[in-house]
Design a protein around this ligand. Sequence first.
Ligand code: SF4
Ligand code: SF4
Length: 474
Amino acid sequence: MNDDKVTAATDFQRDESFRDTIGTVDNSGKRIWITPKKPKGKFYNARNFVAFFLLVLLYSGPFIRIGGQPLLLVNVFERKFVIFGAAFWPQDFHLFALLLLSFIIFIVTFTAVFGRVWCGWACPQTVFMELVFRKIEYWIEGDAGKQRKLNAGPWTLSKIFKKGFKQAIFFAIAFSIGNVFMAYIVGSEEWWQIVNQPPSAHFSGFTAVMVFSFIFYFVFSYFREQACVIVCPYGRYQSVLLDKNSVVISYDFKRGEPRGKKSRKNPDAQLGDCIDCHQCVDVCPTGIDIRNGTQLECVNCTACIDACDTVMTKVKRPTGLIRFASYNSIKTGNKRIFTPRVMGYTAVLMLIIMIFSGVLMTRKDVETTVLRTPGILYNQTADGGFSNVYNFKIVNKTFEEIPVRFTIKDMDANIRLNQDDLIVPKSELYSSTMVIELPQSELHEGRNQITIQVWRGEELIEEVDTTFQAPDKL
Ligand code: SF4
Ligand code: SF4
């Protein structure tokens, strides 16, 4: 194993058995239900502020328009995608691939430098779980101690009411998320029709909303932190993305150890700043002890920082015993984060962003495909020339109709279409056939290379190469 990876817990921690299981599963393989204490502190306040902003953005996203188009539309059913008001089609797959690649490298670079900041601060799973659903739970059932007592107690009327009320609110929020999710997929207008008309009129849309709602309800009411610990691939990749220079939530073991409280039995004990109060563990929504070192369950939520800072303030010691820091900065004081590895990632990222920008800027509004109709070779025309029949498809990637006409480059050709004026409807794929007639003087025997020019008014918007079949002997 790469020595540079954070595999050892800390320098004081030698028992690494905690790494054999995840924090939410006991030795028999049973799930440990986590009831974290309600966090309090400056990081929690900041996260609330960020979460509010992100939730407003998430819920308003499908209704924000740029140039009359949605901010984001991911209509996988009709294979139509809109990002920041620009339409993308399956024909733009290479752009998607580049965008995805840039995104992955950005995440890798960002994680290598700053750990899982995304998880704790911006991931919808954490934002909803910790800053929406968990808050409702605290409001109805009280803090961790009261929740545990309620869970262990008999099913009284009060417990039935609290649990029922909580689940009803949970489902209502999950239903709202299901609706927003649907609006991102089909667009706000289509979603509004699903909502406003009887389920029978949009049965598949209605079913999809309900399925999404139940999935979200299941995730936030029952599955919870397991999504981050077990399912999320990003969390699993942490172990290869982080190294000892990555800034993560860290316990300052040099300052904190040996941990413990002074007592009458050991009044002269030489102890570190950690008074072993367990507050950092009690608030952790993934049930881990950050004092053991970086673990894959940690979502960088900062609850343990707030808890420990509160304790440090009470015992009149400096805050920051748990803080954002790299292992090396604690161990050696070296705070360098732009290591050669990070610089390499950054260089690759810049390169891909440049390629993506170049491809995006040269992207055409119209994309035409022309293929000779199978099974038909050629026909002779009345004036002695020859004709070929073609199938063509034109994708209009804009949100306005585009009138187009065809010519053949450097050739005196006659082109016959099925209609006099060819207008490609906005945001649609138009398919039809055309007949290209060429005089014999333009042709040689057998297969000829020709270039079809596509015009919008006087603007040449595209050139498409294809072949024209002439007789083997002219
Ligand atoms: S260890 Fe701290 S930052 Fe990590 S998940 Fe637990 S409370 Fe959040
Ligand atoms: S909250 Fe701070 S002092 Fe208390 S156990 Fe955790 S690290 Fe030690």
